[in-house]
Write a protein that binds this ligand. Sequence first.
Ligand SMILES: *[C@@H]1O[C@H](CO)[C@@H](O)[C@H](O)[C@H]1NC(C)=O
Ligand SMILES: *[C@@H]1O[C@H](CO)[C@@H](O)[C@H](O)[C@H]1NC(C)=O
Ligand SMILES: *[C@@H]1O[C@H](CO)[C@@H](O)[C@H](O)[C@H]1NC(C)=O
Ligand SMILES: *[C@@H]1O[C@H](CO)[C@@H](O)[C@H](O)[C@H]1NC(C)=O
Ligand SMILES: *[C@@H]1O[C@H](CO)[C@@H](O)[C@H](O)[C@H]1NC(C)=O
Ligand SMILES: *[C@@H]1O[C@H](CO)[C@@H](O)[C@H](O)[C@H]1NC(C)=O
Ligand SMILES: *[C@@H]1O[C@H](CO)[C@@H](O)[C@H](O)[C@H]1NC(C)=O
Ligand SMILES: *[C@@H]1O[C@H](CO)[C@@H](O)[C@H](O)[C@H]1NC(C)=O
Ligand SMILES: *[C@@H]1O[C@H](CO)[C@@H](O)[C@H](O)[C@H]1NC(C)=O
Length: 506
Amino acid sequence: MRFAILLPLALGPLVQAVLPIHTKGDRFIRPSSPKNEADDNTVFFVEGIDYQPGGSSAYNPDSSSDVLSDSEQCARDAFVFQQLGINTIRVYSLNPDVNHDECMTILNNAGIYVILDVNTGADGENLNRADPSGTYNSNYMTHVFKFIDAFKNYPNVLGFFSGNEVINDDSNYAEIDPQYIRAVQRDMKQYIAKHSNRSIPVGYSAADNSNLNLASIKYLECNSLDGSTISTELDESRSEFFGLNTYQWCSGSTWDSSGYSVLNSTFSNSSIPLIFSEYGCNAKSPRTFEEVPDGLYGGLVNTFSGGLVYEYSQEANKYGLVELDSDGSIKYLEDFENLQSQFRNLTLPNITEANVESVSVVKCDSSAIQDAYSNFGVKNFTLPTQPDSISSLIRYGVNGTNTGKILTSYDAPTTFNYTIENVSGSEISAVLTYADSNTVNELYTSASGSATAASSTTTNKASSQSTTSDGSSSSSTSKSKGLANHNIHLSTGFCGLVMGLLSALL
Ligand SMILES: *[C@@H]1O[C@H](CO)[C@@H](O)[C@H](O)[C@H]1NC(C)=O
Ligand SMILES: *[C@@H]1O[C@H](CO)[C@@H](O)[C@H](O)[C@H]1NC(C)=O
Ligand SMILES: *[C@@H]1O[C@H](CO)[C@@H](O)[C@H](O)[C@H]1NC(C)=O
Ligand SMILES: *[C@@H]1O[C@H](CO)[C@@H](O)[C@H](O)[C@H]1NC(C)=O
Ligand SMILES: *[C@@H]1O[C@H](CO)[C@@H](O)[C@H](O)[C@H]1NC(C)=O
Ligand SMILES: *[C@@H]1O[C@H](CO)[C@@H](O)[C@H](O)[C@H]1NC(C)=O
Ligand SMILES: *[C@@H]1O[C@H](CO)[C@@H](O)[C@H](O)[C@H]1NC(C)=O
Ligand SMILES: *[C@@H]1O[C@H](CO)[C@@H](O)[C@H](O)[C@H]1NC(C)=O
Ligand SMILES: *[C@@H]1O[C@H](CO)[C@@H](O)[C@H](O)[C@H]1NC(C)=O
């Protein structure tokens, strides 16, 4: 509000918005104000859940709806997120041709960030780990770029996942797929640099595999062949954050019995932010989530930046926190109350951005990677060449007609017609709250009304090239619960820290 009186609105878009998150070193950073000052900004810990009501198999690319297209359902679920005490959701399957403005505005105003998989299980909407060279093509990348266009203007997009569990130890996937994940990340990051007003982190979500974890993070985070000079191609194809899908800690486990101490040492040298992109073993029911205080936000808190519990709604595989009835009513399950209690009791470290070390050069060390996993496909860090057809899509854009935006003249609903019951069966009187701090419209408007407003500091690196090799194929099992019905997914690039919108305010 301090800046609200300064300027006319003419040049600035009305951006009722949460402040976009960026990365620095191995941390996510949430600006504390539009001034975006490192002395005030703090490290952001993801406290979240995975969200795909109906499961991935309910996604239909030909439908005019998806899980973020119905505002009343989104209002209902945003209320539940607030009750649970979370700040982030991951969504696996969304349709870039569908309008998400109302749902994304509700989530934004409710203070919920989203991490989105750009892929789905549908044909042409993913990189097939068994056939990466055959499925990395302009048809697939058109889907990815349309996806970026659909979501790039929402400030509460925390990041994009370029792929989910593409690399694993089945067949020859660890050999043939890594370079394609980097190629897709390169293309995504080039597209974002050219077509988005801000940098949006691009990351990869990995299966937890003790044989592959170290090789995967070392391969995906590095950006320099000699350890001193940054390679443009390696820098723009690296992951900007890394997610691990891990189910090692079940109710009753401890730090020592869970294997978390091994995760802590395996990942302790990471130069990029790490999260659990899925967690919450259900071998014992109910889930009591001691891994929240004692593991992820306890012993791992210096190494990981929080994570996402699998998953919101009860589906066939029984990982749900809530029961979602066919009439749209919700009932909290015991797991919900247990997780809510853990989150309520949690105290997170308060670290300012100025105290986070930035890491710019990370050596790509093929022998260290192959020492960790001998069949890992390092290929001298050469990447598949970007086909001209994809370069052209990046240069000219995919002309997506569905570029989403936060709605400023929309009365986001605070109530809804669905009933919500607690675990004892009592109906909860449900009213959503929208904190003023999530809608900093005046600050943005006035500041971006200044002369520098529209400038973006990103640059177009659209025509980088490299050499190729390609893989062969076969099929595989996915260990990701969220994608259990599909054998695909790909990885995305991670973007720089430049935040055009915010820097315009300085
Ligand atoms: C950046 O934001 C401005 C104002 O909303 C918009 O007109 C412009 O199209 C955006 N640019 C891109 C590349 O999205
Ligand atoms: C992390 O870095 C330290 C110091 O360079 C090194 O001794 C250790 O082996 C590294 N750990 C891993 C898992 O790479
Ligand atoms: C996890 O690793 C970090 C970084 O190496 C270390 O500071 C911390 O003590 C470790 N946690 C435990 C519980 O060993
Ligand atoms: C949270 O703290 C309250 C009050 O100290 C305690 O009663 C409750 O058991 C705690 N919840 C969990 C899950 O530890
Ligand atoms: C974190 O620390 C900063 C600066 O020391 C302080 O202004 C802020 O209120 C703290 N935040 C929380 C949540 O404690
Ligand atoms: C690149 O890889 C080839 C075989 O894959 C190997 O013979 C060659 O030594 C490698 N070059 C470098 C610079 O590592
Ligand atoms: C988008 O429009 C531009 C300008 O009309 C055109 O050059 C380009 O080929 C179009 N791209 C696609 C993917 O249709
Ligand atoms: C609830 O249902 C009534 C009757 O169908 C409808 O008029 C109203 O708009 C609904 N309320 C909300 C918040 O959608
Ligand atoms: C459910 O709500 C009822 C009525 O408010 C309350 O008495 C009961 O303690 C609640 N149960 C739980 C588990 O919160």
